[in-house]
Design a binder for this molecule. Structure first.
Ligand SMILES: NC(=O)c1ccc[n+]([C@@H]2O[C@H](COP(=O)([O-])OP(=O)(O)OC[C@H]3O[C@@H](n4cnc5c(N)ncnc54)[C@H](O)[C@@H]3O)[C@@H](O)[C@H]2O)c1
Ligand SMILES: N[C@@H](CC=O)C(=O)O
Length: 498
């Protein structure tokens, strides 16, 4: 392969974690017809390596492999699957520096954030390793004479996962670990922008003793691969994280095979600041909630709603804090924001800012002449944003924040809910009555009060409205991969009782 691929491998303590093949049935696989796609470092636009584009028959071969593997994987005891998953967890932890390097190179996020994501991703593997031992059924008091009734939890079957580029490792482990713990084999289709984190996970899964066919990574032209996965009747569950646009397509394409769907889609989070808040404290929190991963985060605080009494001071504090953020290559030390994923993302961000300014918003920051490269976007705050602007309506997925003033709690609620999205919302206030009123009225799957950090393995992560279906993580995340089988044991005689 190319010299640059060698360079990436040379950066790793264990160069075997850098794989440029798909992983199907325990084998590293290239495309049958030799088609490849380059993967670029968004910080420099240099090619990091190549991935094969598999033919349709090779995707179906992954399903064949998973079908065979399912028989043995589901037959293992839960504690046996737990051991394999814990071995995977240990290997992810032991290789976290290499995994973080791969992630920063292909995704662009600063190295400390990449290390954080590896830790976060690993935590789901440990969580679900344990949860797999607690997939309890029920005993049901019988209404039928001489019968015993109950339920058993069984794995749903082969699970396919289509994942995004913004969190290239954790969005895989949060799904795959749950499915594997439940007894389902998985087929992962990562984003073509960030395949190498997924392939490194496959290498570690193999080393952890996860058998051939149980964890597969397929690569190809996204729309074509997804179509096959959706149409394939042997795939019983499809879990997707990505845009609402693609989520809608997958719902349509899966209708024919009536799959279990888990969808983690876009967000457009409001960040409500009450009149009692210290403007500086709230502004610093809002900056943290907006600019993580250069704004390419489904939880990013896009629409900041500040009580009119503290609006101007909030804007001043936010602007100062934003101006102090450093923008550059994530491999360098002390960087707050890396590049966006590619040039189109920069163009989309610029168009959203232009739209807002043309409709009356004021732009603070955002001197793009200071951008250190083609794919960088200097952070922007737009004040006076209104519902007519794209920055209000669309998920910008860029370092672009919009702020507006509100007068009453009811007005803040109306503004916050004025979106098709319903993933996460933030509330900053110390007034308990206001907290409760907002918490109950916000149409969101997750509401975080006075805390930027809200996620982690014990949490039921997910959205309402057009932000998705189902929940990942937490006590219920494994249910996305389990069926409930009801049984009625009849004619038991007098021992049946209830
Ligand atoms: N709710 C969550 O938990 C969560 C988490 C992370 C990201 N996201 C969302 O993901 C989006 C950003 O990620 P993205 O740009 O990778 O999203 P995307 O929808 O463009 O891509 C996601 C996945 O779908 C594939 N894909 C792209 N086009 C496709 C098509 N036509 N048919 C089938 N598959 C296709 C991609 O290759 C990728 O694997 C944002 O909307 C963000 O909010 C949501
Ligand atoms: N930050 C989110 C990913 C969204 O883009 C998470 O924690 O899952």
């Amino acid at each position: 392969m190319t010299t640059l691929s060698t360079t990436l491998a040379k950066r790793l303590e264990d160069p075997r974690l850098f794989r440029q093949y798909a992983y199907v049935d325990g084998k590293w696989t290239h495309g049958n017809d030799g088609r490849e796609e380059a993967v670029h470092d968004p910080a420099t636009n240099e090619a990091l390596g190549h991935i094969p584009l598999l033919e349709d028959a090779q995707i179906t071969a992954a399903v064949d492999a998973a079908e065979v593997a399912f028989v043995h994987w589901r037959a293992l005891r839960a504690d046996e699957r737990c051991e394999r998953l814990l071995a995977w967890y240990d290997l992810i932890q032991a290789n976290r520096e290499d995994l973080a390097t791969i992630m920063t190179l292909e995704q662009g996020k600063p190295l400390p954030d990449a290390r954080g994501e590896v830790e976060y991703g690993a935590s789901f593997v440990r969580w679900f390793a344990e949860e797999g031992k607690r997939t309890y059924g029920e005993t049901i008091p019988s209404h039928i004479p001489n019968a015993s009734l109950g339920t058993i939890k069984e794995p749903v079957g082969i699970a396919a996962m289509i994942t995004p580029w913004n969190f290239p490792l954790a969005m895989i482990t949060r799904k795959a670990a749950a499915a594997l713990a439940a007894g389902c084999p998985v087929i992962v289709k990562p984003a073509n922008e960030t395949p190498f984190s997924a392939l490194a996970l496959a290498e570690l899964a193999e080393r952890a003793g996860i058998p051939a066919g149980v964890f597969n990574v397929v690569l190809g032209e996204p729309a074509a691969v997804s179509k096959i996965l959706c149409a394939e009747p042997r795939i019983r569950a499809l879990s997707f994280t990505g845009s609402t646009r693609v989520g809608r397509l997958l719902i349509e394409q899966s209708a024919h095979t009536v799959k279990r769907l888990s969808l983690e889609l876009g967000g457009n989070a409001p960040f409500i600041v009450g009149p009692d808040m210290d403007p500086k404290e709230a502004a610093y929190a809002a900056v943290a909630a907006k600019f993580q991963t250069a704004g390419q985060d489904c939880l990013a605080a896009n629409r900041i709603l500040v009580h009119e009494s503290i609006h101007d001071e909030f804007v001043e504090q936010f602007s100062e804090r934003m101006a102090a953020l450093t923008v550059g290559n994530g491999l360098q030390g002390e960087i707050d924001l890396g590049p966006l994923i590619h040039r189109q993302a920069v163009e989309k961000a610029a168009a959203i800012v232009d739209d807002a300014v043309s409709k009356g918003a004021t732009m603070i920051g955002g001197d793009q002449s200071q951008a250190p490269g083609d794919n960088y976007f200097m952070p922007v705050l737009l004040t006076g944003v209104t519902p007519q602007m794209k920055v209000w309506r669309e998920e910008n997925f860029a370092p672009v924040a919009g702020v507006t003033a509100y007068r009453t709690d009811d007005e803040a609620i109306e503004m916050a809910n004025d979106t098709e999205y319903g993933l996460a919302a933030y509330i900053y206030t110390h007034d308990i009555r206001r907290i409760w009123k907002l918490l109950r009225a916000l149409e969101y799957g997750m509401v975080s009060v006075n805390s930027v950090k809200m996620t982690g393995p014990p949490v039921p992560f997910g959205g309402v409205k057009q932000s998705g279906l189902g929940r990942e993580g937490g006590a219920t995340g494994i249910d996305e991969y389990l069926e409930t089988k009801y049984y009625c044991l009849g004619a038991l005689g007098s021992v049946s009782g209830s």
